[in-house]
Design a protein around this ligand. Structure first.
Ligand SMILES: [Zn+2]
Length: 383
Protein backbone atom coordinates (compact mmCIF):
# COMPACT_ATOMS: atom_id res chain seq x y z
CA UNK A 1 0.00 0.00 0.00
CA UNK A 2 1.48 3.35 -1.02
CA UNK A 3 0.51 6.43 0.94
CA UNK A 4 1.73 9.95 1.71
CA UNK A 5 3.24 8.47 4.88
CA UNK A 6 5.64 6.16 3.02
CA UNK A 7 9.07 6.49 4.49
CA UNK A 8 7.88 7.55 7.96
CA UNK A 9 8.93 5.39 10.90
CA UNK A 10 6.49 2.50 11.05
CA UNK A 11 5.61 2.98 14.71
CA UNK A 12 4.76 6.67 14.21
CA UNK A 13 2.65 5.86 11.18
CA UNK A 14 0.81 3.21 13.17
CA UNK A 15 0.02 5.70 15.92
CA UNK A 16 -1.16 8.33 13.44
CA UNK A 17 -3.33 5.87 11.56
CA UNK A 18 -4.79 4.63 14.82
CA UNK A 19 -5.59 8.19 15.89
CA UNK A 20 -7.16 9.15 12.57
CA UNK A 21 -9.03 5.96 11.88
CA UNK A 22 -10.01 5.05 15.44
CA UNK A 23 -11.31 1.76 14.23
CA UNK A 24 -10.93 -0.76 11.43
CA UNK A 25 -9.16 1.10 8.65
CA UNK A 26 -9.96 -1.51 6.03
CA UNK A 27 -6.46 -1.49 4.57
CA UNK A 28 -3.93 -4.04 5.73
CA UNK A 29 -3.76 -5.46 9.22
CA UNK A 30 -6.19 -4.30 11.88
CA UNK A 31 -4.54 -1.95 14.33
CA UNK A 32 -4.80 -2.76 17.97
CA UNK A 33 -6.49 -0.13 20.13
CA UNK A 34 -4.14 2.31 21.84
CA UNK A 35 -4.77 0.89 25.32
CA UNK A 36 -3.88 -2.55 24.05
CA UNK A 37 -0.67 -1.28 22.52
CA UNK A 38 0.40 0.45 25.72
CA UNK A 39 -0.25 -2.64 27.81
CA UNK A 40 1.64 -5.01 25.55
CA UNK A 41 4.16 -7.11 27.44
CA UNK A 42 7.83 -7.62 26.63
CA UNK A 43 10.26 -10.31 27.76
CA UNK A 44 11.40 -7.94 30.52
CA UNK A 45 7.97 -8.30 32.13
CA UNK A 46 8.80 -11.99 32.63
CA UNK A 47 12.17 -11.46 34.22
CA UNK A 48 10.81 -11.11 37.73
CA UNK A 49 11.56 -8.17 39.99
CA UNK A 50 9.12 -5.31 40.08
CA UNK A 51 7.07 -6.21 37.04
CA UNK A 52 3.62 -4.66 36.88
CA UNK A 53 0.68 -6.94 37.53
CA UNK A 54 -1.46 -8.23 34.67
CA UNK A 55 -4.85 -6.57 34.44
CA UNK A 56 -7.23 -9.11 32.95
CA UNK A 57 -9.91 -6.50 32.39
CA UNK A 58 -7.71 -4.19 30.37
CA UNK A 59 -5.17 -6.58 28.85
CA UNK A 60 -5.79 -9.30 26.26
CA UNK A 61 -7.21 -12.73 27.04
CA UNK A 62 -4.92 -14.22 24.40
CA UNK A 63 -1.99 -16.38 25.47
CA UNK A 64 1.56 -14.97 25.39
CA UNK A 65 2.90 -18.45 24.67
CA UNK A 66 2.12 -20.62 21.66
CA UNK A 67 3.35 -24.12 22.49
CA UNK A 68 1.92 -25.64 19.31
CA UNK A 69 2.99 -23.75 16.22
CA UNK A 70 4.00 -25.39 12.94
CA UNK A 71 6.54 -23.21 11.15
CA UNK A 72 6.54 -25.70 8.27
CA UNK A 73 3.72 -27.08 6.07
CA UNK A 74 2.98 -30.63 4.93
CA UNK A 75 4.11 -29.65 1.45
CA UNK A 76 4.25 -26.72 -0.96
CA UNK A 77 5.53 -23.23 -0.13
CA UNK A 78 5.82 -22.11 3.50
CA UNK A 79 5.21 -18.75 5.10
CA UNK A 80 8.80 -17.50 5.61
CA UNK A 81 10.13 -17.96 9.16
CA UNK A 82 10.56 -14.22 9.70
CA UNK A 83 6.96 -13.61 8.66
CA UNK A 84 5.65 -16.12 11.21
CA UNK A 85 7.77 -14.31 13.80
CA UNK A 86 6.10 -11.05 12.66
CA UNK A 87 2.70 -12.64 13.34
CA UNK A 88 3.79 -13.41 16.89
CA UNK A 89 5.05 -9.87 17.43
CA UNK A 90 1.83 -8.43 16.02
CA UNK A 91 -0.34 -10.48 18.37
CA UNK A 92 1.66 -10.22 21.60
CA UNK A 93 3.00 -13.78 21.58
CA UNK A 94 6.47 -13.73 23.18
CA UNK A 95 7.22 -17.45 23.60
CA UNK A 96 6.68 -20.21 21.08
CA UNK A 97 7.66 -23.73 20.18
CA UNK A 98 9.06 -24.07 16.69
CA UNK A 99 7.39 -27.19 15.33
CA UNK A 100 8.10 -28.54 11.90
CA UNK A 101 5.47 -31.04 10.92
CA UNK A 102 5.59 -34.66 11.93
CA UNK A 103 5.07 -35.90 8.42
CA UNK A 104 5.50 -34.54 4.93
CA UNK A 105 4.18 -35.12 1.47
CA UNK A 106 6.82 -36.26 -1.04
CA UNK A 107 9.11 -33.41 -2.12
CA UNK A 108 8.00 -33.77 -5.74
CA UNK A 109 4.27 -33.67 -4.88
CA UNK A 110 2.27 -30.60 -5.86
CA UNK A 111 0.00 -31.17 -2.86
CA UNK A 112 0.01 -28.76 0.09
CA UNK A 113 -2.50 -30.52 2.34
CA UNK A 114 -2.71 -34.27 2.77
CA UNK A 115 -6.50 -34.34 2.96
CA UNK A 116 -6.63 -33.07 -0.63
CA UNK A 117 -4.46 -35.96 -1.82
CA UNK A 118 -5.69 -39.29 -0.50
CA UNK A 119 -3.36 -42.06 -1.59
CA UNK A 120 -0.27 -39.85 -1.39
CA UNK A 121 1.84 -41.03 1.56
CA UNK A 122 2.84 -38.63 4.32
CA UNK A 123 6.09 -39.68 5.93
CA UNK A 124 8.05 -38.46 8.96
CA UNK A 125 11.25 -36.73 7.88
CA UNK A 126 14.15 -34.64 9.22
CA UNK A 127 13.78 -32.06 6.44
CA UNK A 128 11.70 -29.55 8.36
CA UNK A 129 13.78 -29.80 11.51
CA UNK A 130 16.90 -28.80 9.57
CA UNK A 131 15.18 -25.84 7.94
CA UNK A 132 13.78 -24.68 11.28
CA UNK A 133 17.16 -25.02 13.03
CA UNK A 134 18.92 -22.89 10.41
CA UNK A 135 16.22 -20.22 10.62
CA UNK A 136 16.07 -20.34 14.41
CA UNK A 137 19.78 -19.54 14.65
CA UNK A 138 19.72 -16.56 12.32
CA UNK A 139 16.18 -15.19 12.49
CA UNK A 140 15.05 -15.27 16.14
CA UNK A 141 14.54 -11.65 17.17
CA UNK A 142 16.00 -10.52 20.51
CA UNK A 143 12.57 -9.77 22.03
CA UNK A 144 11.25 -13.29 21.59
CA UNK A 145 11.96 -16.68 23.12
CA UNK A 146 11.65 -19.63 20.76
CA UNK A 147 12.10 -23.33 21.58
CA UNK A 148 13.20 -25.59 18.76
CA UNK A 149 11.37 -28.91 18.48
CA UNK A 150 12.20 -32.23 16.82
CA UNK A 151 9.27 -33.31 14.70
CA UNK A 152 10.93 -36.05 12.65
CA UNK A 153 10.31 -39.17 14.81
CA UNK A 154 8.35 -42.07 13.38
CA UNK A 155 7.05 -43.69 16.55
CA UNK A 156 6.45 -46.95 14.70
CA UNK A 157 10.21 -47.12 13.91
CA UNK A 158 11.73 -46.58 17.36
CA UNK A 159 15.29 -47.49 16.31
CA UNK A 160 15.30 -44.57 13.85
CA UNK A 161 14.53 -41.98 16.56
CA UNK A 162 17.87 -42.18 18.36
CA UNK A 163 19.65 -42.08 14.99
CA UNK A 164 17.79 -38.91 14.06
CA UNK A 165 18.60 -37.28 17.40
CA UNK A 166 22.28 -38.09 16.82
CA UNK A 167 22.20 -36.47 13.39
CA UNK A 168 20.66 -33.31 14.84
CA UNK A 169 23.14 -33.43 17.74
CA UNK A 170 26.02 -33.42 15.27
CA UNK A 171 24.73 -30.49 13.26
CA UNK A 172 23.00 -28.49 16.00
CA UNK A 173 24.23 -29.64 19.42
CA UNK A 174 22.01 -28.65 22.33
CA UNK A 175 19.57 -26.70 20.18
CA UNK A 176 16.48 -28.91 20.22
CA UNK A 177 14.67 -28.67 23.56
CA UNK A 178 11.30 -30.26 22.69
CA UNK A 179 10.01 -33.23 20.72
CA UNK A 180 6.71 -33.14 18.83
CA UNK A 181 4.18 -33.05 17.54
CA UNK A 182 4.61 -36.73 16.74
CA UNK A 183 1.82 -39.11 15.82
CA UNK A 184 0.68 -42.13 17.78
CA UNK A 185 -2.60 -42.34 15.92
CA UNK A 186 -4.04 -39.72 13.58
CA UNK A 187 -7.16 -40.88 11.78
CA UNK A 188 -7.10 -37.92 9.39
CA UNK A 189 -4.04 -39.46 7.76
CA UNK A 190 -5.32 -43.00 7.38
CA UNK A 191 -5.89 -42.30 3.67
CA UNK A 192 -2.24 -41.27 3.37
CA UNK A 193 -0.65 -44.54 4.49
CA UNK A 194 -0.57 -43.70 8.20
CA UNK A 195 -1.54 -46.45 10.64
CA UNK A 196 -1.79 -46.42 14.43
CA UNK A 197 1.57 -47.19 16.04
CA UNK A 198 1.45 -50.85 17.13
CA UNK A 199 1.43 -51.31 20.90
CA UNK A 200 4.49 -53.58 20.56
CA UNK A 201 6.54 -50.70 19.11
CA UNK A 202 5.81 -48.49 22.14
CA UNK A 203 7.71 -50.93 24.35
CA UNK A 204 10.80 -50.27 22.22
CA UNK A 205 10.90 -46.54 22.84
CA UNK A 206 13.04 -46.91 25.97
CA UNK A 207 16.39 -45.72 24.52
CA UNK A 208 15.05 -42.41 23.21
CA UNK A 209 12.66 -41.90 26.12
CA UNK A 210 15.64 -42.26 28.48
CA UNK A 211 17.53 -39.64 26.50
CA UNK A 212 14.59 -37.22 26.50
CA UNK A 213 14.28 -37.59 30.26
CA UNK A 214 18.00 -36.98 30.81
CA UNK A 215 17.74 -33.82 28.73
CA UNK A 216 14.46 -32.67 30.28
CA UNK A 217 12.80 -32.68 26.84
CA UNK A 218 9.00 -33.04 26.80
CA UNK A 219 7.35 -35.29 24.22
CA UNK A 220 4.19 -33.90 22.58
CA UNK A 221 2.05 -36.68 21.14
CA UNK A 222 -0.89 -36.50 18.77
CA UNK A 223 -3.06 -39.46 19.69
CA UNK A 224 -6.68 -39.40 18.65
CA UNK A 225 -8.90 -40.48 21.50
CA UNK A 226 -11.36 -41.99 19.04
CA UNK A 227 -14.15 -40.90 16.73
CA UNK A 228 -17.84 -40.09 16.92
CA UNK A 229 -18.77 -43.76 16.51
CA UNK A 230 -16.24 -45.01 19.07
CA UNK A 231 -15.12 -42.05 21.21
CA UNK A 232 -12.56 -43.96 23.28
CA UNK A 233 -11.39 -46.43 20.65
CA UNK A 234 -7.69 -45.50 20.84
CA UNK A 235 -7.33 -44.67 24.51
CA UNK A 236 -5.39 -47.92 25.20
CA UNK A 237 -2.51 -46.62 23.06
CA UNK A 238 -2.07 -43.49 25.18
CA UNK A 239 -2.48 -45.58 28.34
CA UNK A 240 0.32 -47.83 27.12
CA UNK A 241 2.70 -44.89 26.66
CA UNK A 242 1.84 -43.36 30.04
CA UNK A 243 2.14 -46.73 31.79
CA UNK A 244 5.54 -47.55 30.29
CA UNK A 245 7.14 -44.11 30.64
CA UNK A 246 5.74 -42.57 33.82
CA UNK A 247 8.78 -40.35 34.43
CA UNK A 248 8.73 -38.64 31.03
CA UNK A 249 6.94 -35.33 30.58
CA UNK A 250 4.31 -36.23 28.00
CA UNK A 251 2.03 -33.65 26.40
CA UNK A 252 -1.18 -35.04 24.97
CA UNK A 253 -2.06 -32.60 22.22
CA UNK A 254 -5.63 -31.43 21.63
CA UNK A 255 -6.63 -33.48 24.70
CA UNK A 256 -7.12 -36.30 22.20
CA UNK A 257 -9.85 -34.46 20.28
CA UNK A 258 -9.99 -34.08 16.51
CA UNK A 259 -12.31 -33.41 13.59
CA UNK A 260 -13.21 -37.09 13.76
CA UNK A 261 -14.45 -36.66 17.35
CA UNK A 262 -16.68 -33.62 17.67
CA UNK A 263 -19.69 -35.04 19.48
CA UNK A 264 -18.23 -36.72 22.54
CA UNK A 265 -20.04 -36.10 25.79
CA UNK A 266 -17.95 -33.43 27.53
CA UNK A 267 -18.56 -34.87 31.00
CA UNK A 268 -17.32 -38.28 29.86
CA UNK A 269 -14.24 -36.71 28.28
CA UNK A 270 -13.50 -34.69 31.42
CA UNK A 271 -13.86 -37.78 33.60
CA UNK A 272 -11.40 -39.69 31.43
CA UNK A 273 -8.86 -36.84 31.42
CA UNK A 274 -9.15 -36.42 35.17
CA UNK A 275 -8.50 -40.12 35.71
CA UNK A 276 -5.38 -39.99 33.51
CA UNK A 277 -4.07 -36.80 35.12
CA UNK A 278 -4.53 -38.31 38.58
CA UNK A 279 -2.74 -41.54 37.68
CA UNK A 280 0.08 -39.96 35.63
CA UNK A 281 1.63 -36.93 37.35
CA UNK A 282 3.92 -36.14 34.39
CA UNK A 283 1.09 -35.95 31.86
CA UNK A 284 0.20 -32.53 30.47
CA UNK A 285 -2.62 -31.52 28.15
CA UNK A 286 -2.29 -29.20 25.16
CA UNK A 287 -5.52 -27.32 24.43
CA UNK A 288 -4.41 -26.17 20.97
CA UNK A 289 -6.41 -26.26 17.72
CA UNK A 290 -9.60 -24.34 17.02
CA UNK A 291 -11.53 -27.60 16.75
CA UNK A 292 -11.66 -27.65 20.55
CA UNK A 293 -13.49 -24.33 20.64
CA UNK A 294 -15.59 -24.98 17.55
CA UNK A 295 -16.92 -28.31 18.80
CA UNK A 296 -16.72 -28.03 22.61
CA UNK A 297 -15.57 -24.87 24.44
CA UNK A 298 -17.92 -22.58 22.50
CA UNK A 299 -20.92 -24.52 23.78
CA UNK A 300 -21.94 -23.30 27.25
CA UNK A 301 -22.83 -26.73 28.58
CA UNK A 302 -19.60 -28.37 27.43
CA UNK A 303 -17.58 -25.35 28.56
CA UNK A 304 -19.08 -25.65 32.04
CA UNK A 305 -17.73 -29.20 32.18
CA UNK A 306 -14.20 -28.25 31.10
CA UNK A 307 -13.63 -25.08 33.19
CA UNK A 308 -13.35 -26.86 36.56
CA UNK A 309 -10.89 -29.36 35.05
CA UNK A 310 -8.74 -26.62 33.53
CA UNK A 311 -8.77 -24.68 36.81
CA UNK A 312 -8.06 -27.68 38.99
CA UNK A 313 -5.22 -29.03 36.85
CA UNK A 314 -4.11 -25.63 35.63
CA UNK A 315 -0.43 -26.45 36.21
CA UNK A 316 -0.73 -29.26 33.63
CA UNK A 317 -2.26 -27.35 30.70
CA UNK A 318 -0.47 -25.73 27.74
CA UNK A 319 -2.00 -23.32 25.19
CA UNK A 320 -1.36 -23.23 21.45
CA UNK A 321 -2.83 -22.32 18.09
CA UNK A 322 -1.83 -25.32 15.93
CA UNK A 323 -1.28 -22.75 13.17
CA UNK A 324 0.35 -24.36 10.14
CA UNK A 325 2.57 -22.08 8.04
CA UNK A 326 1.50 -22.98 4.51
CA UNK A 327 1.64 -20.02 2.11
CA UNK A 328 -2.12 -19.74 1.78
CA UNK A 329 -2.19 -18.37 5.38
CA UNK A 330 -1.49 -14.84 6.60
CA UNK A 331 -1.45 -12.70 9.73
CA UNK A 332 -5.24 -12.57 9.92
CA UNK A 333 -5.45 -16.36 9.98
CA UNK A 334 -2.90 -16.51 12.80
CA UNK A 335 -4.67 -13.73 14.71
CA UNK A 336 -8.01 -15.52 14.35
CA UNK A 337 -6.61 -18.88 15.46
CA UNK A 338 -4.89 -17.29 18.46
CA UNK A 339 -8.10 -15.54 19.41
CA UNK A 340 -10.29 -18.64 19.04
CA UNK A 341 -7.92 -21.00 20.85
CA UNK A 342 -7.55 -18.42 23.64
CA UNK A 343 -11.25 -17.75 24.20
CA UNK A 344 -11.51 -20.43 26.84
CA UNK A 345 -8.70 -18.74 28.80
CA UNK A 346 -10.97 -15.77 29.52
CA UNK A 347 -13.17 -18.05 31.64
CA UNK A 348 -10.39 -19.41 33.85
CA UNK A 349 -9.62 -18.31 37.38
CA UNK A 350 -6.63 -16.04 37.93
CA UNK A 351 -4.21 -18.76 38.95
CA UNK A 352 -5.10 -20.88 35.94
CA UNK A 353 -4.83 -17.89 33.63
CA UNK A 354 -1.34 -17.12 34.93
CA UNK A 355 -0.27 -20.77 34.67
CA UNK A 356 -1.62 -21.33 31.18
CA UNK A 357 -2.01 -18.03 29.28
CA UNK A 358 0.90 -16.15 30.86
CA UNK A 359 3.28 -19.06 30.44
CA UNK A 360 4.12 -20.12 34.00
CA UNK A 361 3.65 -23.82 33.16
CA UNK A 362 5.81 -23.50 30.08
CA UNK A 363 8.63 -21.85 32.02
CA UNK A 364 8.49 -24.47 34.76
CA UNK A 365 8.36 -27.39 32.34
CA UNK A 366 11.41 -26.19 30.39
CA UNK A 367 13.18 -24.77 33.42
CA UNK A 368 13.33 -21.37 31.73
CA UNK A 369 14.51 -18.32 33.62
CA UNK A 370 11.19 -16.47 33.27
CA UNK A 371 8.32 -15.82 35.67
CA UNK A 372 4.77 -14.95 34.67
CA UNK A 373 3.54 -11.61 36.03
CA UNK A 374 1.09 -11.88 38.88
CA UNK A 375 -2.56 -11.03 38.21
CA UNK A 376 -3.78 -7.64 39.49
CA UNK A 377 -5.98 -8.25 42.56
CA UNK A 378 -8.88 -6.16 41.28
CA UNK A 379 -9.18 -8.14 38.10
CA UNK A 380 -11.95 -10.69 37.84
CA UNK A 381 -12.40 -13.52 35.39
CA UNK A 382 -15.12 -12.98 32.81
CA UNK A 383 -17.27 -15.74 34.20
ZN1 LIG B 1 -0.39 -29.73 15.22
Amino acid sequence: MNSPLSGWPVRLVAVLVALVAAGAAGCGAAIAPAADEASRLTLDDFRGGAAACYDRVRQPHTAVVDTHLHFRPFGGPAVPFEEVVDYLEATGVLFANVYGIGQMLPAASSCTYYLDCPGTPVIPTLRNDFVNAANYLTKTPPGMHLTLSMTFPDLAQPESVLEGIEILDTEYPGLFRWMGEVNLVKQAQFANDHEPVPAAAIAEWTPFMDLLRERNIPLAIHSDLGNDEEPTRYVPLMEEVLGLYPENAIVWVHMGLSRELTTMDAAQHVELLESLLERHPNLLLDISWRVLDDAYFSQPEARAAYIPLLNRYSDRILPGTDFLASRDKDLEVYRTELDITSRILGYLDDEAFRNIALGENYFRLLDLDFTAPRICPAAGAAQ
